[in-house]
Design a protein around this ligand. Structure first.
Ligand code: SF4
Length: 381
């Protein structure tokens, strides 16, 4: 099977993506969090202008689906009124993922980067070029893609270019911001961006471009924390929803409970000042919930590239997934919902399903062309 095709840009509020069920409008919450009022407002907008669902994405953004072209201008107006939109240029560059548990320095670094990146000198950075702010020990965001990484290390905090195994120590948040911006400048000036406007740090380094001494080091990042699960975490509580889709009603419920809601890259929300949440049919607080063991992308009809429906099959398979295992139902070989290996991956192709064991959606399958009922037979509990 061939590798997935990758677009060089991510859909944003100013550059929505047309999907099979309407526009996908992605909101990048400033500093990775929304206030209770903003969350309630988003829930209202999802119902008024979209499908009524708010999706938490793997880059800690929130997106509305099913927005018609006619409703789009009003949605943008309403998002601006909620203070959830910047200007188009800086919005595109605001590709930051923050440690949702806010290890010391996280917010300071994020504010510094947001300020620096608003300068026009960074306007040529590719849409997918991102920053990861993960200064704690152990690291929380090791599995999250990012070209410039500020990470925890046994000796303190490091700046690391993606593609390098180690980085250089930085004294504090201020130096981390200054050097991260220097690294972005070097990427631009050394030809990291291709004529098509795309470019990633690891690929740039791989092609033989050597970092300046001031931006390299031999300090390894610290160990990696296990991925957080729903339930109490740190000072607050993590809450999930099936396939990262929060209904408007569920989001309103959360907004009543906490004054701040952080968006995590684990397709969960984190309420840092709340320990207990009320039961809600659309919210998952139990780490053992079977839906936590399966990922599924939008599939048909929402995604034009899909030839199969996905989430109905994933819901059906979920109770059969052994504890500790992870399965993935992907509408095609691109693997948007979980672009990495799973214990079992079910991949849509030409209206049927292929099965991949211990691999990614683009790996060679062990079975091809199965119908949903043949999948049931193939996958016995
Ligand atoms: S993986 Fe799913 S959402 Fe992504 S392009 Fe394929 S069908 Fe669409």
């Amino acid at each position: 099977m061939s590798a997935p095709q990758v677009k060089g840009w991510c859909p944003g509020a100013f550059r929505p993506m047309m999907s099979g069920d309407g526009l996908v409008v992605r909101v990048r919450p400033p500093l990775g969090e929304v206030s209770a009022d903003q969350a309630t407002g988003l829930a209202d907008l999802a119902e008024r202008h979209g499908s009524g669902v708010i999706e938490a994405t793997a880059r800690a953004n929130l997106q509305l689906r099913g927005v018609t072209e006619a409703a789009y201008p009003a949605l943008m107006r309403d998002l601006r009124a909620l203070a959830l939109l910047g200007d188009a240029d800086s919005e595109a560059r605001r590709n930051l993922v923050l440690d949702p548990f806010h290890a010391p320095g996280t917010q300071l670094i994020a504010r510094g980067l947001l300020g620096g990146l608003s300068s026009d000198e960074f306007s040529a950075l590719p849409g997918k070029f991102g920053f990861v702010i993960d200064p704690g020990t152990p690291r929380r965001l090791a599995g999250i893609s990012g070209d410039i990484r500020i990470e925890g290390a046994a000796e303190g905090m490091i700046l690391r270019a993606d593609g390098c195994a180690s980085g250089r120590l930085v004294a504090d948040a201020e130096e981390a911001v200054a050097l991260a911006l220097d690294l972005a400048r070097w990427f631009l000036s050394s030809g990291g961006v291709g004529v098509d406007g795309r470019g990633r740090m690891a690929r740039h380094l791989d092609s033989g471009h050597a970092l300046p001494d001031a931006l390299t080091g031999d300090v390894k990042p610290t160990a990696v924390a296990p991925e957080p699960q729903p339930g109490p975490q740190g000072t607050g509580v993590c809450v999930a929803a099936g396939f990262g889709q929060f209904t408007a009603d569920a989001l309103r419920t959360l907004a009543v409970c906490g004054d701040v809601i952080r968006v995590t890259p684990y397709r969960m929300l984190y309420l840092p000042t709340v320990r207990i949440l009320p039961d809600h049919p659309d919210l998952i607080l139990d780490p053992q919930d079977p839906l936590r063991r399966v990922q599924a992308c939008t599939g048909m009809p929402g995604c034009p590239q899909a030839t199969v429906t996905t989430r109905d099959l994933a819901r059906r398979l979920a109770p059969r997934i052994p504890e500790g295992h992870h399965w993935h139902v992907s509408g095609c070989a691109k693997g948007c919902a979980y672009p990495r290996g799973a214990d079992l991956t079910v991949v849509g192709r030409n209206g049927a399903f292929d099965l991949v064991k211990q691999g990614t959606p683009w790996d060679d399958p062990i079975r091809r062309g199965l119908s949903p009922s043949e999948i049931d037979t193939e996958i016995r509990p």
